[in-house]
Design a binder for this molecule. Structure first.
Ligand code: ADP
Length: 254
């Protein structure tokens, strides 16, 4: 299937923490129902870039963003945009699994409840559906009322994915979602990402080039706040156009 629809268009974005410029004139197109990986050495701006896409950086004082970020053609930095609504459409999963100290059920029902859904049957349906999509249902269906703190790290991360899915987002941002997990839990999340892209657009920061190569359709290489090269993952890893990309891919630095 050739589906080249744009979900997010990032145009000439500069980003500052106080006087420090962390992103320099970054432009990138994120395609619908694809996995886009952001790679590059530590500190090059990958997480900063990811947080620009749902305005999580707004929460950090003294920051400034210039340029445009369009979601389905709409500027997300426009004054009229409701940030709560934006973050519902553009969900996020973090490096360390961070479930709430609540039951498994309540973790997933939290978002829908916050958005006004009260009907128990509807909540039950959303919880089951989200846990199924996150490939966790079979492991927890008989202990939904138990604490989320009692399941394994890999299960907690899938629970955080279910929690993000429960408010019906279009885009999932993932910031090194497997770096705290063992290889088996990592493989499960990677399989899950592969399934999720049928329904969602996924942008993932990873420090693992092997992971980027395994799971992404497109890869974007960042270096010192600049987006150096972007393209189909195979091309970036096998035939990069920029020498800096090649040096990084072949392990000459990083
Ligand atoms: P990466 O995800 O590639 O490791 P980051 O986006 O976390 O990179 O960081 C990019 C640059 O911005 C780094 O120099 C980092 O020190 C700086 N930075 C990140 N977060 C903050 C912050 N909250 N305040 C000030 N500087 C920050």
């Amino acid at each position: 299937m050739t589906n080249k629809q744009t979900k997010l268009m990032i145009e000439d974005v500069d980003f500052y923490y106080g006087d420090f410029q962390a992103l320099k004139d970054v432009s990138l197109e994120i395609l619908v129902n694809k996995v886009t990986a952001l790679i590059g050495p530590s500190g090059c701006g990958k997480s900063t870039f990811l947080r620009i896409l749902n305005r999580m950086n707004d929460l950090i004082e003294g920051t400034k963003v210039d340029g445009k970020v369009l979601l389905d053609g709409q500027d997300i930095y426009d004054k009229k945009v409701d940030v709560v609504d934006l973050r519902k459409k553009v969900g996020m999963v973090f490096q360390d699994p961070n479930p709430f100290p609540k039951s498994i059920y309540d973790n997933v029902a939290y978002g829908p409840k916050a958005h006004g859904i009260k009907d128990k049957e509807e909540l039950d349906r959303i919880v089951e559906d989200s846990l199924r999509k996150a490939a966790l249902w079979d492991e927890v269906e008989d202990r939904l009322d138990q604490s989320a703190m009692g399941i394994s790290g890999g299960q907690q991360q899938r629970l955080c994915i279910a929690r993000a899915l429960a408010v019906n987002p279009d885009v999932l941002l993932m910031d090194e979602p497997t770096s705290a997990l063992d290889p088996i839990a990592t493989a499960k999340i990677e399989d899950l990402i592969d399934n999720l892209k049928e329904d969602y657009t996924i942008v993932i920061v990873t420090h693992s080039m092997q992971q980027a190569a395994r799971i992404s359709d497109y890869t974007s290489f960042f270096l010192m706040g600049e987006m150096i090269e972007y393209g189909p993952t195979e091309k970036i890893f096998e035939k990069p156009e920029n020498n800096k990309t090649e040096d990084y891919i072949t392990g000459r630095f990083g």
